[in-house]
Design a protein around this ligand. Structure first.
Ligand SMILES: C[S@@+](CC[C@H](N)C(=O)[O-])C[C@H]1O[C@@H](n2cnc3c(N)ncnc32)[C@H](O)[C@@H]1O
Ligand code: SF4
Length: 438
């Protein structure tokens, strides 16, 4: 397919070259889709955070949300929501709670059957702020607590203190079907200074949240924190202790980095089987293709204004790569099941061989009646290492390339230094093999 008639094409033009480009994207999916919406704005930049975001210029949020609405409508008109609606909605950022009043029309344009989740900055989680989110239809919130230690919060340069973080959880519990608290685990800092991480985890259990996400700090080279080596053995130890404490407080390890109250739903943006990403910096996974939207906020708005989909990259994983992607994210939740029908014989054979090998080496349990195997404690440790490897070898190089789009918009994003990202030869090979014209 030529670039002109490719996926980005036109949003609603009548000509044969550009009609139906959103339908072509939707046609890449092999089943129901979850929706992800990215809001790339923050009032202040946290120096450890790698996500796509800018401090908004005057008038930019209004123009951005108009563009987002156009993108959402184009995909819904093309059938992305299916007959019954998207299976779930996840609104992330950036800080999606910075402009809740602008979010409403976009939410109205997206039919959803399942959970509706949003990331919330603790200082926005006041009773009135949370009631407004409920009024917008959200059923789940993920609150960026990071820590209950003012020392750690200062080290992370967070725009809130420990009191606000605790109050946020107190106000949220009982208002939503699921309340998730994000904690950051920086073992080097925790061991040398505050030593508060495990106590913070217990505080979250005592406050009655449905889920705690314990994210090990990722040191992206292009952030102000910069790269640093990791003491992965110590990380394994702390997570093992977290698992023990969780059990002691009646919580279960539901995935590599999440602990849930039994019966509580799980909250993730990353383990949806298929998802469509909307907004600047969002990505989509549609069975065999991984699509990435423009990161530059003005580049994104400009593409929509020109009648094109805001797609910047397309990586074609193929049947085998798609099945590997599926297996990778399935394993995040601690279980590996046989591939679905239609994945193809090579994928099934490869997965069977890999899982058998992992069972022999003690990383997976023996299969249950449905053929599914669970990660053992050692399996969780290895997956933790693999996740970090994928982050630094694939995600950091991709995001650093995409963040360079901000340079054409009047300076760097102000916080990102793409030239300081780790250089990875593997990523160059992956790009060469998988990149397709949009
Ligand atoms: C987009 S932010 C959350 C929403 C909101 N902007 C806030 O900060 O509260 C999503 C979560 O990613 C996690 N995160 C951010 N940077 C990280 C990093 N470098 N390594 C690991 N987790 C990180 C944090 O726990 C954060 O709460
Ligand atoms: S952690 Fe949240 S508030 Fe801080 S820069 Fe990242 S997205 Fe913005």
């Amino acid at each position: 397919m030529s670039a002109a008639a490719g996926l980005a094409g036109g949003l609603r033009g009548p000509g044969p070259t550009n009609a139906g480009s959103s339908a072509r994207v939707v046609g890449l999916a092999d089943g129901p889709l979850g929706a992800y919406v990215h809001v790339p704005f923050c009032a202040r930049m946290c120096p450890f955070c790698p996500y796509n975001k800018v401090i908004p210029r005057a008038g930019q949020p209004e123009r951005y949300f108009d563009a987002l609405l156009t993108e959402a409508r184009a995909y819904v008109e093309a059938g992305a929501a299916g007959a019954t609606g998207f299976t779930s909605l996840y609104v992330g950022g950036g800080t999606p709670t910075l402009f809740p009043e602008l979010l409403g029309p976009v939410l109205d344009a997206l039919p959803v059957t399942g959970e509706r989740a949003i990331e919330v900055l603790p200082s926005h989680a006041t009773p009135a702020g949370l009631d407004a989110l409920r009024g917008l239809g959200f059923t789940a919130v993920s609150i960026g607590v990071q820590s209950f230690s003012d020392d750690v919060l200062h080290h992370l340069r967070r725009p809130h203190d420990a009191r606000q973080a605790k109050d946020a959880l107190t106000h949220a519990v009982g208002r939503f079907d699921l309340v998730d608290a994000d904690l950051i685990l920086d073992v080097e800092y925790d061991d040398a200074h505050a030593g508060s991480f495990l106590g913070d985890l217990v505080s979250c259990f005592q406050l009655g949240v449905g889920q705690v996400s314990t994210y090990p700090l990722m040191r992206f080279g292009y952030t102000a924190f910069g790269p640093a080596p990791h003491d992965r053995r110590r990380e394994h130890e702390v997570l093992a202790e977290a698992t023990r404490l969780a059990a002691e407080h009646g919580y279960e390890r539901r995935s590599v980095w999440t602990f849930n109250r039994p019966g509580s739903p799980s909250y993730t943006s990353i383990t949806r089987r298929r998802f469509l990403g909307l907004g600047a910096g969002a990505s989509s996974f549609l069975a065999r293709d991984f699509l990435v939207n423009h990161f530059g906020v003005e580049t994104y708005i400009g593409a929509i204004a020109a009648g094109r989909l805001p797609l910047a990259r397309r990586l074609h994983l193929g049947r085998l790569g798609g099945a590997a992607y599926d297996a990778f994210w399935q394993a995040y939740s601690g279980r590996l099941c046989p591939p679905e029908r239609g994945s193809g014989v090579p994928a099934a054979v490869l997965l069977r061989a890999a899982t058998a090998g992992m069972t022999t080496t003690g990383l997976l349990t023996r299969p249950d009646a449905g053929g599914c195997r669970a990660l053992t404690p050692r399996g969780f440790d290895r997956y933790h290492d693999l996740e970090r490897w994928v982050t630094y070898h694939l995600i950091e190089p991709l995001w650093s390339q995409m963040l360079a789009e901000h340079a054409g918009e009047g300076g760097r994003a102000g916080w990102a230094a793409p030239e300081s990202a780790r250089r990875r030869r593997l990523w160059t090979v992956v790009e060469r093999l998988l990149e397709r014209p949009i």
